[in-house]
Ligand binder design. Sequence first.
Ligand SMILES: NC(=O)c1ccc[n+]([C@@H]2O[C@H](COP(=O)([O-])OP(=O)(O)OC[C@H]3O[C@@H](n4cnc5c(N)ncnc54)[C@H](O)[C@@H]3O)[C@@H](O)[C@H]2O)c1
Length: 337
Amino acid sequence: MTGIRRAAVIGAGFMGSMHAAILGRAPGCELAAIVDPNLDLARTVAARTSAAKTYASHEELLANEKLDLVSICTPDNLHLAPALAVAKQGVNLFIEKPIASTVEDARAIIAATEAAGVKLGVGYLLRFDPRYGRAKELIDEGKLGRPIHVYARRNSARTEGPKRYGGKLPLALHVTVHDVDLALWLLEGQEPVSVYAQQTDILLGKSGTQDSIAAIVRFSGGTVVNFESAWSLPSGTRHMIDARMEIIGEDGFVEVQCGDSGLHFADATRSQEIDTQHWPERGGAIGGDLREQLHAVLEWLDGADRPIASGRDALRSLELTLAMIRSAETGDVVRLG
Ligand SMILES: NC(=O)c1ccc[n+]([C@@H]2O[C@H](COP(=O)([O-])OP(=O)(O)OC[C@H]3O[C@@H](n4cnc5c(N)ncnc54)[C@H](O)[C@@H]3O)[C@@H](O)[C@H]2O)c1
């Protein structure tokens, strides 16, 4: 530990309120401020955390606070402006995934952090799920031999994601991108060379989003990855997120099963799975992969080696996901590289 880190969160919505709650309790961290143009929301989140101040804009934040870390939790298409300003001020950055909604914005953020010599991490929290983490170690230790085929599924109910992000974000950029980051991370050393995808909008097209996407990606080492994401399961579905990954190698096989959180509640009117994986709340504190990741960010600022997705990792996952969307929209195989 190299002293107390002063942090701020920009964007006090769904993710930002959880970042604030975690950073506000993290050892070695002082949550200095929360920023949102909706000041009432910022104040509500501040009241639930240890945040000292609230601001309506990143300009006000940066004019008034001396910081070590800013976490950006604005909508994807609004990451750029605060990220450039924070980097210019010489402050380290953590940005929720995907790094941005366009390759141009992502490149500009990376260039700004490199020019300023500050750290840039991106919120691919599944790297901090012990199951994916151990799968990565098994591959790196050579237990599987050369990876042959990967299957990655991430399906959820139509009452969740599309309600919040429908009309704002393509399914692939919100959901599949998590598995794209994992695949690129697990298959370190290989580059994606081609992608073919198909998507459907039978149910959710009227809400401005897709029901499902299926994509097949060939990698430079010969591995093929089969991605499947849907956020169109009926509301009564058994799982919160039915996620699974299978990796077949020359010498071994790994299966990661995240389809069941292991905690289920039912009464006369409801039957629901409760999160134990991503950001479970207990006694007012948030845990899970998100806390593991944000604590790792603080350690990484102190020089520890932690598997935080870098800006360049996030640019790769963005490029591959956008290529998937292009293939699904045109019906063509998209060649990469
Ligand atoms: N890691 C994950 O699994 C995960 C899950 C959900 C969302 N996300 C990502 O987190 C980010 C935020 O998503 P969300 O669901 O919290 O969105 P949200 O809409 O709930 O919150 C965004 C907040 O940003 C605020 N905002 C907008 N412009 C701003 C600005 N210029 N300065 C400061 N605040 C501003 C809005 O007022 C809003 O309160 C997105 O990039 C999203 O893709 C990641």
